[in-house]
Design a protein around this ligand. Sequence first.
Ligand code: SAJ
Length: 427
Amino acid sequence: MEFDTISVVGLGYIGLPTAAVIASRRKKVIGVDVNEQAVNTINKGEIHIVEPELDMIVHAAVKQDYLKATTTPEPADAFLIAVPTPFKTNPEHSSHEPDLTYIRAASQSIAPVLKKGDLVILESTSPVGATESMAGWLAEARPDLTFPQTHGEDSDIRVAHCPERVLPGHVIRELVENDRVIGGMTAKCSLAATDLYKIFVEGECITTTARTAEMAKLTENSFRDVNIAFANELSIICDKLDINVWELIRLANRHPRVNILQPGPGVGGHCIAVDPWFIVSETPDEARLIRTAREVNDGKPQWVVDKVSEAVGKFLSANSDKTAKEVSIACFGLAFKPDIDDLRESPALAITQKIAASNPGQTLIVEPNIDALPADKLNGCRLVTTAYAIESADVIVLLVDHKQFKNIEPQSLDEGYLIDSRGIWSV
Ligand code: SAJ
């Protein structure tokens, strides 16, 4: 199938890089987003998100007229939907059910401009069945066109799911190099979608059904979550048994068939801590391990906070001349993972907030990737240098293994009052 114009709906962390990379292959790309400010920024050749190399590619694509952004969908040969799938918000209690409102709104917005022969691909991470739901919403809005769920291979419109799998911070490279799982609602839908991805993907394009492709994405992130939970649980067990978990993991990983991940202060980001719930919410009785892993990882920040309180208690007993108000705690790292500035859904940030809220003394923060603390989130805390924090803090908690922290000599830290949630200072 040939594509002259491709529309990308949702210009966020996945949609914008995808639109820009397709445009860099000299295809006409129409980016659609409800956020007018983002649309204006992109049309100036600038970007509204942080991702290495993206600014250059967007700038070139806009200047050369291959990429334009708009708030109103326009006709195209293929539509790629990359909108968020958050949890449903419930004022009574937090819900772990996926909210498909954005996918529904995106399909309803492109429906009026669809024409016979078009391809619609859902890229958003979705619960199993979401692609069929999307095809249903499109059919409802366009009774004059036929869709795969009723007309199979003879349908006017081709529909597929192809989940994004790129790692934040490496999006541009992974978009091109990663293999793609392409789940068409029919075999022809898969073939049409493969033709589209071949425009910019150098990895392999592997075809399957839409439901399997949906589950593949959820499975990848759940696999990682379950394995991180195993490491986190081990760290709690080893702490109780007075065993260095980092040494233990290094030793166990010498076995040819063992590869344990790294414990940490919890799991952050917008994917791994979210996607497993999409499986649990659909199959609550069966997904017991996946649910437990989520609970273990979600419980880890509080465990770290409790360890900090213990260290403060120990410090006060050893220094009876000091009061709680005179104890200063330094938190190293706020980002959700190493060497990035992204503080969203960060366990390190949540831990620091809890420490700051209960610490009557000074809370110091070291985060080399930001220039100022986020407004209103850490009132009373001070952003300081590594040297200052080590010099003046009574209790130190390492939350993110940024490269700048790895050079610190463990000898310069007082082991008794050090909580190293990442194991970079433990020998
Ligand atoms: N983490 C640990 N221990 C580890 C590895 C990770 O505690 O051994 C923590 C990190 O510190 C972080 C969280 O897990 O808080 C997630 O970080 P990550 O780097 O593992 O993954 P993300 O969330 O940045 O991106 C993931 C990727 N999925 C997989 O690796 C299976 C990415 O490929 C997906 O595209 C992305 O989710 C997504 O969009 O779904």
